[in-house]
Design a protein around this ligand. Sequence first.
Ligand code: FE
Length: 349
Amino acid sequence: MRKFIACLGLIALLPLVPMPGAGEARADEVNLYSYRQPFLIKPMLDEFTKRTGIRVNTVFAKKGVLEKIKATPGAADAVLTSDVGRLNDMSEAGVLLPVKSEILAKNIPVQYRHPDGLWFGLTMRARILFVSKNRVKQGEAASYEDLTKPGLRGRICIRSGKHVYNISLIASIIAHKGEAASRTWLEGVKANLARKPGGNDRAQAKAIYSGQCDIGIGNTYYMGKMQTNRKKRAQRKWAASIHLVFPNQAGRGAHVNISGAAIIRGARNRANAVKLIEFLSGDFAQKFYADQNFEYPVKPGVPVSPLVKSWGDFKADTISLAAVAKHRRAASKLVDLVDFNNFTKSSKN
Ligand code: FE
């Protein structure tokens, strides 16, 4: 068991229930791998069990789920991820089972699910601009394209270009504008960096607060996490120093990503796993799931939390995330090609 835990980069031991060995499938359970953290999903899974009598055995992981699925087919029925990239990797690896469900088709807009039912988005977030309240004029940066403007030289900070969130953003630009234009864009952003790409999304807000840069790129929910952080009160100051700019509102809309779910090929409790994903796409879970992490429900008509609402409404890019995901590999190559992560002060001129 210990070895199994280590190889999955497990983040929580307490809520873990060991999965049954081969041949121990039970009619009243479903086995789940989750990249999403216990605080986000445990109460929903408990509610699912209360309503259906189906027990959910969950293994929480930070990495390595695809490898685990390949090594032990049938050990788990479904997987929850925190971004579309991992779902895409799994569908390309051929380890997912297509699902046809009228409930999922009704609850989840077509751009947030795989065309063949290989994966389904459950919450949505936008990748937007964190902008200094004091040092950036209104309209100075209103689009992803604006980030290459000469006036922003030395003023942008961002996490690694190789991070899944940035790969998705770059893939969306390739989907809209092609590889050549995307390369020019990425070179333009690199030329405007204030420092070497690094840290997480919140670290970019911190850098703006401390004056290292004026504009960062981050996911919307990190604003909520900073604004409400009880343990790390400094993060409230970082959040107070920025405001959110939803890019490309006059055009295609802000790039969005999803957290989602999929059924694993070889699932022994397939029907239960489908029921679970359907439950997660319904009104109760949608509201709870999105609220817990300051995300947006994918199901139309489900309200966002008051804090998320305070950031204002925005127009989301409606391009299919499956179409965007096709360009992830090309996006990763572009990051290498322009040597994006090797920015140094001297390469800024
Ligand atoms: Fe995140």
